[in-house]
Design a protein around this ligand. Structure first.
Ligand code: MEV
Length: 338
């Protein structure tokens, strides 16, 4: 039995624009997906999932899933979860040159599905790591991140950047622009997350931005402006001392850029009433800045506030079902049981 776990993430800046080669800065957070893998004697794959904001389900298949699990959640969420696990299995089989390898897989996660916190990337990263280790062919982190990206790329019909999977593999804050991925120094930022209990459809949201960008020059300019603000944010982070608590001047600077980023994402049509109201609740509570995180459409916002004001305000905001602090996860994927 091999067990690996990988963190979720928030986007400090740059989601969506990163799909077009602009830079993005995601940061890993201490909410993890844990994947347990046991090789089987046959070529079947049996997946048991728990805590995926689902009631939990078990699916056994050889090639295709014939009987969808009987669970009290939208079929699209189950399909999405299964699609990512399936793609991770294909990558692990290819990496180990073991096309007929079968597995019993258990997925547990405290990252809500499809909510902008990188749940699918964390499941894919931990899944490929555990499955390749179980087959005796552990991958180095760069190859693991690359294979996890290919799995997401396949499930999201070619509309994925390397940001989520690289961040979940490496941990900490990272900078991703096209194929260039690197870890960057960042102080531990006071992230507060608000969750509306919902989920967005990443593929549909990315396709919507693509259509707008192709139709209107001003939408293409909006995407480019997101890239400009990310570059400003990178300069602020590069000038900061990562070993001390962030100054309120730094938080003000980053927060202003986050506010701007949220406005540009809203202009691209990927915000939602629940996300806007959580963003405004955070700002009115005195957060340095707030924005949606991830693909949008529903899910989570991230705000910067070291005080208790923002979590308290969010917990009283209509449409917010959970508000919590998230620590930076300095470790990326890690082995719980070799
Ligand atoms: C989704 O978490 C982030 C997007 O930028 C898509 C991607 O980067 O693959 C919307």
């Amino acid at each position: 039995m091999t067990v690996c776990e990988a963190p979720g993430k928030v986007y400090l800046f740059g989601e969506h624009a990163v799909v077009y080669g602009e830079p993005a800065v995601p940061a890993a957070i201490e909410r993890r997906a844990r994947v347990t893998v046991e090789p089987r004697a046959d070529d079947h794959v049996r997946v048991t999932a728990a805590d995926l904001s689902l009631d939990g389900f078990t699916v056994e298949y050889a090639g295709t899933v014939d009987d969808p699990p009987d669970v009290n959640v939208p079929a699209s969420l189950v399909d999405a979860a299964m699609g990512y696990v399936d793609a991770a299995v294909r990558q692990a089989r290819a990496a180990a040159d073991a096309p007929d390898a079968g597995f019993d897989i258990t997925v547990e996660s405290d990252i809500p599905l499809g909510a902008g916190l990188g749940s699918s990337a964390a499941v894919v990263v931990a899944g490929i790591d555990a499955a390749t280790r179980a087959l005796g062919v552990p991958l180095d982190r760069r190859e693991l991140a690359d294979r996890a990206y290919r799995a997401e790329f396949e499930v999201q019909d070619g509309q994925a950047s390397r940001a989520d999977t690289f961040c979940s593999t490496m941990g900490g804050a990272v900078r991703v622009a096209g194929d260039d991925c690197e870890s960057i120094d960042a102080p531990s930022l006071p992230f507060v997350i608000g969750f509306d209990g919902g989920a967005g459809d990443t593929g549909a949201l990315v396709a919507g931005v693509r259509a707008l960008r192709e139709e209107h020059d001003f939408a293409a300019d909006t995407v480019a402006s997101i890239g400009d603000l990310v570059r400003e944010g990178e300069t602020l982070l590069a000038d900061a001392d990562p070993t001390v608590s962030p100054s309120s001047e730094l938080l003000d600077g980053l927060g202003e850029l986050m506010d701007f980023n949220h406005g540009l994402l809203a202009a691209l049509g990927v915000s939602a009433r629940s996300l806007d109201s959580m963003v405004w609740a955070a700002r009115e509570a005195g957060a340095h800045g707030a924005k949606l995180t991830g693909a949008g459409g529903g899910g989570c916002i991230v705000a910067l506030d070291p005080s208790p004001e923002t979590p308290t305000a969010l917990s009283f905001t209509q449409g917010c079902v959970e508000a919590f602090r998230a620590e930076l996860a300095t470790d990326g994927v890690r082995v719980v049981e070799p």
